[in-house]
Design a protein around this ligand. Structure first.
Ligand code: FAD
Ligand code: SF4
Ligand code: SF4
Length: 486
């Protein structure tokens, strides 16, 4: 068949991903986006112009060979597509679902200058899912080097670092404080955006095939310290994330029914609270829920709370309301546009330019209301966003029985017990050299949210990858640490 001309390719519209009906999905935890069929995937792949200097790759923190995998896909060479993908990204089924593509690879796609960019993320998900179903290209391991590396934390940073080091023949052990590997992928991002089965299968393919050992229920800083690990291993990578939640400093935050988004989402996701009592994790089902904040974590919390309400609603009863309460306007909301849209469609109510100033409790100490104030936007602050200020006399009360704070997180300091010489910033993040991830402590590397503060899955993976390359160089020639200085 003759090659299609660029003009013809540009005329093909971006293919929509089938999704669960909004009315139905608000009452279940099943995945919302259903994925491309082979037909849709190949049609979308036809839109790629196979640019000789593909700018899309520059937008990807791990440098996925985007035109290569798309070309293989449209030619029907699925093994080639998987191999092109896996050369740079071990977790495509995960990234294809949760990467903020619109501000990364797709933001750089030239097709996007005249219309909608190529749906790189959706194609990546298709290739990742294909590999999970067909197992065409299990990762290969180089001969054993006898060097031992401990990875602390099994989120995307730790997993990626572990896989790259194991591929190079090093013996890798991952230490994880929770009872399941995956980090935020399992305890934070809800089932309806990223099914646990996809995470487990992708971790299995990438990690178990390479003989990596995962020791769950090990808290570094408690079960064993960093200095003790250093005595046992040649190198350590810290990928412990930023899981310590922030709370507002307002009266009433200690009442029953005020949660951090982290605790709420961990109960719902990791411990399957939505299947209570089948799973023994009680979780509060509020009738009137206020989620404070408007980032992705807030959207995940609101959409989870809404599902809990509907699942627990008796016939003929009103399920209740879930509000997002945010002190700035819709334009400043940090969540992905797609997440905000999904939340809207499902029935979440948005109270923009609104700030809580006090939470009320009843005689039993349970949350029963919240006083808020209306806000207006002034001049931009340090973050470049317009500074919100309260409008005098605009206070009002909201009836709520559950408040979920989704206001950002910082690294949990537990891991730094007995870790002398490991310097941290005033925000509690580990100071590490770019791009190697070397810390101020010899033989210790760090990457992901523990270095940057809360960021993205793919930036954590990119940091894990770069640290793995530097650890491999060091293990191959230990004088390299001193030579490059740190
Ligand atoms: P984490 O994923 O946090 O993993 C760190 C791991 O270290 C955890 O498993 C933790 O239990 C473990 N650990 C911590 N301390 C210790 C210790 N002392 N000993 C042993 N183990 C320890 N990003 C996106 O790109 N797209 C999204 O859609 C998205 N949605 C999100 C939704 C939510 C609710 C949240 C909270 C975050 C979201 N993010 C999203 C951000 C993204 O998940 C993180 O940036 C990413 O997971 C960071 O990876 P990491 O490996 O650095 O850390
Ligand atoms: Fe785009 Fe993320 Fe895939 Fe990179 S990993 S190509 S940024 S979707
Ligand atoms: Fe294809 Fe867009 Fe990348 Fe060009 S920039 S190779 S069109 S995905």
């Amino acid at each position: 068949m003759a090659e299609m001309k660029a003009r013809e390719r540009m005329r093909i519209p971006r293919q929509e991903m089938p999704t669960q009906d909004p009315a139905a999905r608000g009452g279940n935890f099943d995945e919302v986006a259903l994925g491309f069929t082979l037909e849709l995937a190949r049609l979308e792949a036809e839109r790629c112009l196979q640019c000789p200097h593909p700018e899309c790759i520059e937008g990807c923190p791990v440098g996925v060979r985007i035109p290569h995998f798309i070309r293989a896909l449209r030619e029907g060479d699925m093994v080639g597509a998987v191999q092109a993908m896996k050369a740079k990204n071990n977790l495509p089924a995960i990234c294809g679902r949760v990467c903020p593509q619109e501000s990364q690879c797709e933001a750089n796609c030239v097709v996007g200058r005249r219309g909608a960019p190529v749906a790189i993320g959706r194609l990546e998900r298709f290739v990742g899912d294909y590999e999970l179903a067909h197992h065409t290209s299990p990762p290969e391991r180089a001969p054993r080097t006898g060097k031992r590396v401990a990875i602390v934390g099994s989120g995307p940073a730790g997993l990626t670092c572990a896989v790259d080091l194991a591929r190079n023949g090093h013996d890798v052990v991952i230490y994880e404080s929770l009872h399941h590997p995956g980090g935020v992928l399992v305890y934070g991002i809800p089932e309806f955006r990223l099914p646990k089965a996809v995470i487990a299968a992708e971790i299995d393919t990438a990690v178990q095939h390479l003989g990596i050992e995962i020791r769950t229920d090990h808290i570094i800083g408690r079960t064993i310290t960093l200095n003790e690990l250093l005595a046992e291993y040649d190198a350590i990578f810290l990928g412990t994330g930023a899981g310590l939640p922030s709370f507002m400093r307002i009266p009433g935050i200690n009442y029953n029914g005020v949660f951090s988004a982290n605790e709420f989402l961990t109960r719902v996701n990791l411990m399957k609270g939505y299947l209570f009592p089948e799973y023994d994790t009680p979780v509060k089902v509020g009738k009137n829920v206020a989620v404070i904040g408007a980032g992705n974590v807030a959207m995940d919390s609101a959409r989870s709370a809404l599902r809990l309400q509907r699942l627990n609603c008796r016939p003929g009863e009103e399920p209740g309301e879930v509000h997002i309460v945010y002190r700035r306007s819709a334009e400043e909301a940090p969540a992905r546009a797609e997440e905000v849209e999904h939340a809207h469609e499902e029935g979440v109510i948005f109270d923009f330019l609104t700030n809580p100033i006090e939470i009320f409790g009843d005689a039993r100490g349970n949350v029963c209301g919240m006083r808020c104030v209306r806000m207006e936007l002034g001049e931009p602050d340090d973050s470049g966003r317009r500074r919100p200020a309260p409008i005098a006399g605009s206070e009002f009360e909201m009836a709520v029985d559950e408040v979920i704070m989704a206001l950002g997180t910082s690294p949990n300091p537990l891991v730094f017990e007995d870790a002398d010489g490991l310097e941290r910033s005033k925000h509690g993040t580990v100071i590490a050299t770019e791009p190697t991830g070397r810390t101020t402590k010899a033989r210790v590397w760090a990457g992901g949210d523990v270095v940057t503060g809360a960021a993205t899955v793919i930036s954590a993976m990119g940091a894990g990858k770069q640290a793995a390359a530097d650890i491999h160089a060091y293990l191959s020639d230990p004088s390299a640490w001193e030579a490059t200085g740190s």
